[in-house]
Each structure stands twice: as C-alpha cells, then as structure tokens.
Design a protein around this ligand. Structure first.
Ligand SMILES: Cc1cc2nc3c(=O)[nH]c(=O)nc-3n(C[C@H](O)[C@H](O)[C@H](O)COP(=O)(O)OP(=O)(O)OC[C@H]3O[C@@H](n4cnc5c(N)ncnc54)[C@H](O)[C@@H]3O)c2cc1C
Length: 456
C-alpha cells in the first residue's frame, strides 16, 4: 500500500500511538520508521534507564540489608549482566509492540523518509501519499558549542551502552536525564559530580522539591555545583577535565552531557514544504496542526515537555482529530512529570510560585504532608513529602512529591488536578492503609481542615 488516510513519519511514542489509534478508528495508516519501532523511549530512553534504576535499587537494598536484619553482601556490579537484564526487558516490549502494530493492520515501512509535499513522503525512491501527514521524528541529545561528543565525553546514548561501572563521572546538567544517570551510577558505587547552570538541581520543579532533592543527593554523597556554567572540557588517556566559568576544575573518567534534547527536524524536507518552524521546533497550534493544512506534528519535535506519555497523548489526539472526534486539549502544565531517581520526584500542575502568580498571592493555600507520618514510607525508610497547592475555596492546581517510589502516586495526583477536584472532594475518599498513597489522602484531609496523622 502506498497511499492511506494517514502517513506517519517516525515510529516513536508519538508516531506509533497515532498509528494504533487511527487504525482503531478505521483509518488506513502507513507508519515509516528509519530505525526501530518504539523510538527513543523504548530503545534509548524511558525503558532501558528504568531497568538500570531498578538494578540500582537492588544494589542499594543489598548494601543496606543489614539495617533490616537481612544478611547480604554486595560483591559488585556485573555490568554485562545488568545490560542483558535491561536488553531482555526492552526486547520483550519491542516484540510485543511489533505484534501490536501488525495486528492493527498498520502498513509498516522501514526506511528513512523525507517530506516531499503536503501529502507525500518519499522513502528510498518510493512515494507514500497520505490525505494527512503526521510528523513524529522525535529528538536527539544536544551538546554545547565547542563540546564534542566522543571518547570520554558522551550523551545518554553512549552512557547506556557502557559495559563497566566508571569510578568517577561528571554529569553536565541537573535536569531529569542528568540526575537519573547520577542516581544509577552512585548506587553502583561511582563518585558523581553534577554541574547545573541554574540555581538548583531539577530546576523545573517547585523550589521546595528542588531543595529537598539537593539535600537527599548530598546525603547520598553526590556532589554538585549549581548556578555555574560550563566553560570547557579536555580529555586524554587519563581522564576528562571540565572547567567551569568560575574557574574551578573537575576531573573524572567520563563526562555525561545531559543538557537537553533538540528536535530532529533538519534535512527532512520540512522547510521545503513550508512547514513553519522556530529554532528547529515545528510550530503547532493547540490542536497540533502545523501551518500546512493536513500536516500535523506530535511529540518531541513540538515545543514543550519532552515526555513519552505526552507523545502518546499527542498521537491519540491527532488520530481522533483527523477522525473528527473533536478530542479534548490537555495543556502541558497538566501533564504528569516524574523524575526517576533515588529519591523520586513526581509533579503535576502549577508550582506554588506559578499558582500565586496566576491566581494572586493570597488566593492560594497549600499543605506539605511529611512522609514521616506515613507508615509505608517509614517501613521503606524514606523521607520526603507531598505538597498540594489549591486555590482558596477552589480546586487543587498542583501536586509536588518527593520520596522513594513516590512517582507511583502520580496517577492519582494527575487525576485530582485534571479533574479540578477540591480538597473537600478528596477528603471523604478512602486511601488504603498502609500505603504511600495514604499520604495523598492525608495531604488533602489536612488542606480540607481535618488532618488525621498530621499536626494542624
Ligand atoms: C535517557 C532518556 C530517558 C528518558 N526517560 C523518560 C521517561 O522516563 N519518561 C518519559 O516520559 N520520557 C522519557 N524520555 C523522553 C522520551 O523518550 C521521549 O519524550 C519520547 O521518546 C518522544 O517520542 P517521539 O515519538 O516524539 O520521538 P522518538 O521516540 O524520538 O521517535 C522518533 C522516531 O522517528 C524516527 N525518525 C526520525 N527521523 C526519521 C525519518 N526521516 N524517517 C523515518 N523515521 C525517522 C526515529 O528513528 C525515531 O524512532 C527519556 C529520554 C531519554 C533520552
């Protein structure tokens, strides 16, 4: 088949979700992927990193086992074995996804596609025509001017493939990807130093979270420099030396560059076809239409949060938009965000500062429920809190959490914020004991004026 209702360029989270939903709606779909179905998330992002983090948790549990009365000794990390466990996880999901796409009658084309008009994509000399085109070509790991990737200087792509545990690493960038790798390496015994140009680690989070995160990292022995920018790096047989703008230098075996991801949009014909872009990002309206009628863009190539589940949501949205279902727009601010590390961070909606700015200083109230009062968190030996931010006499507009495994609570948090629930709506609902989820209930009980395991 070379013509269809939809031709999708890119088979990552955004592209394949669009393909699956469109075929469910009875639309014919051609999905073009140059590398592997599943894209960054499945092969170089979400899944392999979370497998490493799970191995890291096992290492930490072994190291700390004596405090639970369990006798075990951590003898070392066998990186090739860790990697084969990780590859097993990725491989099973990859196989499942391939089967799913096949079962939905999506025409899958393996090859490098170029947009040649508002209705056509060319792959190896064959033209595929779509009544609609969906651009879903994703993103790549960026670096800084003058900082070449190679040898001891790497991005997450190469870091994922290491078959040994480095002794010392410098991580450039204290955002989600940087702190995730820092966490894994620290658990595996690496000495880690993070450099972040902004004033805090995880700088996009509510400041209370960023500060608690920094305390937790300091306690884990992860050092960091914040509010100072990278100046230069050199490498030789011995290691890599990084100089910062304040003149300080740091040396290590490796430098991980985790300074963000850029849109994969150059040399794909987008310019020639007249697709409007800004600094490489494809410009879209809130319904994900580009300026070219019939051409849509989803996922990481659009400005905003770079998250797999945002890609899924974009893909489903565009399929339904094309299918005439008038789907609901979800603003980026209400997309749940999790920073996977030890400790984890989960957040959705506005930070306290954003809410006060938006609604007025005295129109916001908030409660910080300390996990110290939560039975399951005590059992796990974790500290942290759930901070809920609400409009006075109004709905909850933001939830921010930190603690071991706390990312799992993001499901209810996003439901509360997206459903525009009031603390009083939440207070009568029952949360099972003893779970960390109880802390979500407790935070809203307190905000509704009837705290249980908390001081008023
Ligand atoms: C280390 C790391 C960890 C991450 N962890 C998380 C996480 O825990 N949770 C989360 O939500 N997000 C995470 N992300 C982000 C997540 O991976 C991305 O947001 C998501 O993959 C974006 O989906 P996408 O479809 O826009 O792009 P991609 O997944 O990048 O897919 C784009 C696809 O298009 C293909 N392509 C590009 N150009 C062409 C062409 N010309 N022809 C044919 N095919 C083409 C590519 O091969 C690729 O497969 C992580 C990312 C990284 C790097």
């Amino acid at each position: 088949m070379t013509s269809a209702d939809i031709v999708i360029l890119g088979g990552g989270s955004g592209g394949y979700a669009c393909a699956l939903r469109a075929s469910q709606l009875g639309l014919s779909v051609i999905l073009i992927e140059a590398d592997k179905l599943g894209g960054t998330c499945l092969h170089r992002g979400c899944i392999p990193t979370k497998a490493l983090l799970h191995a890291a948790e096992v290492a930490d549990s072994t190291r700390e086992s004596a405090s639970f009365g369990v006798q075990a000794t951590l003898q070392g990390i066998d990186m090739p074995k860790v990697n084969s466990y990780r590859d097993g996880v990725v491989g099973r999901l990859y196989k499942g996804l391939q089967g799913l796409v096949k079962s939905r009658n999506v025409t899958y084309v393996h090859g490098w596609g170029t947009l040649t008009s508002a209705t056509t994509v060319e792959v190896d000399g064959t033209t595929y025509t779509g009544k609609n085109i969906v651009l879903a070509t994703g993103s790549y790991a960026r670096t800084l001017p003058g900082l070449d990737i190679g040898g001891r200087i790497m991005t997450s792509d190469q870091a994922l493939d290491l078959d040994y545990v480095p002794k010392k690493v410098i991580v450039l960038g204290g955002g989600v990807i940087g702190v995730e790798f820092a966490s894994v390496w620290r658990s595996f015994g690496t000495e880690v130093h993070i450099v972040e140009g902004l004033p805090h680690l995880v700088p996009a989070e509510d400041e209370a979270i960023s500060k608690a995160f920094e305390r937790a990292y300091r306690k884990r022995g992860i050092s960091f420099s914040t509010g100072v920018r990278f100046a230069s790096a050199t490498q030789d047989d011995q290691g890599v030396t990084v100089t910062l703008e304040d003149g300080s230098t740091h040396t290590a075996d490796l430098l991980l560059v985790a300074v963000g991801r850029g849109p994969s949009t150059s040399n794909l014909g987008f310019d020639q076809v007249g697709v409007a872009m800004e600094r490489g990002w494809v410009s879209v309206n809130e319904r994900l239409h580009t300026n070219v009628p019939g051409v849509f863009a989803v996922g990481d190539i659009t400005p905003g949060l770079q998250l797999a589940h945002r890609g899924f949501q974009h893909g489903i949205f565009v399929a339904e938009e094309i299918g005439g279902l008038d789907p609901r727009v979800i603003d980026d601010i209400n997309i749940p965000r999790v920073t996977y590390s030890e400790p984890e961070v989960g957040s959705v909606g506005m930070t306290e500062a954003q809410a006060r700015e938006h609604y007025g200083q005295d129109k916001i109230h908030m409660y910080e429920y300390n996990l110290g009062g939560n039975g399951k968190s005590q059992i796990l030996g974790t500290t942290g809190f759930i901070k809920t931010v609400a409009v006075v006499d109004g709905p909850v507009v933001g939830i921010h959490m930190i603690g071991a495994r706390i990312g799992e609570q993001i499901g209810e948090a996003q439901l509360i914020v997206n459903w525009e629930a009031y603390p009083e709506d939440l207070a009568p609902l029952v949360h099972a004991h003893p779970t960390q989820n109880e802390a979500m209930g407790e935070a809203h009980l307190a905000l509704a004026g009837k705290p249980l395991h908390a001081h008023a």
